[in-house]
Design a protein around this ligand. Sequence first.
Ligand SMILES: Cc1cc2nc3c(=O)[nH]c(=O)nc-3n(C[C@H](O)[C@H](O)[C@H](O)COP(=O)(O)O)c2cc1C
Length: 228
Amino acid sequence: MPATDRSVTEALHKRRSVRAFTGQPVDPALLKEIFAAAQRAPSGGNLQPWQVTVLTGEPWQAVKDEVAARIAMGREGQQPEYDIYPRELTEPWTDRRFGVGEALYASLGIPREDKRGRLARFMDNYRGFDAPVMLFLHCSRIMGPPQWSDMGMWLQSVMLLLVEHGLASCPQECWAMYGETVRRTLGLDDGQILFTGLAIGYADEGAAVNRWPVPRAPLGEVIDWQGF
Ligand SMILES: Cc1cc2nc3c(=O)[nH]c(=O)nc-3n(C[C@H](O)[C@H](O)[C@H](O)COP(=O)(O)O)c2cc1C
């Protein structure tokens, strides 16, 4: 069947992590519609463990300000919620991680030797790439890996629905490096754990950082067909 521009296939191909947004604000009614649809995401036991805080304007600025103060403290200011990557990451995952970083910085014309330039661009993360809306996805600390995977299904549902409505996003687990500060600023208690941010807005389609091809592993690396 041919894909229409509202098909899942179309949205999957169109979605990418967008790291430059226009200043165009996002209609909260549209976000509400998207979140209502994303409630259809599946979850083990129908727990629906995802809990979400969505910010714009002043509350969003407050998170940026609070986190900037922690960043200014250097390493001491970091408060990692969890290990973002396994400590013992090996191939093929190390190659994939390195590869995407290289392609990202190449799109910005920042060479490997320019460590300051790369760091400066990385720090754009903590402005949510100037997205007008920031969503924080968190859950109860009692939840385990199966429920974290449920959060991922919710997140992808939201990202695809955003694409369907002409919006763009960038998931941002970097905020978990300052988890306690983000949670405190959002008014969340210690019973919650922060998984990730999701920057939301309209893509700056002309920005080079939004235009490079993001590689994926060939199917042979990830799927083992048996009995076909
Ligand atoms: C849960 C999650 C957290 C992520 N955190 C960040 C982040 O902190 N900063 C960033 O620039 N990209 C982040 N990404 C984006 C990934 O780098 C990106 O999904 C991957 O390289 C594939 O590229 P694509 O999303 O453009 O297809 C994150 C993605 C996911 C799913």
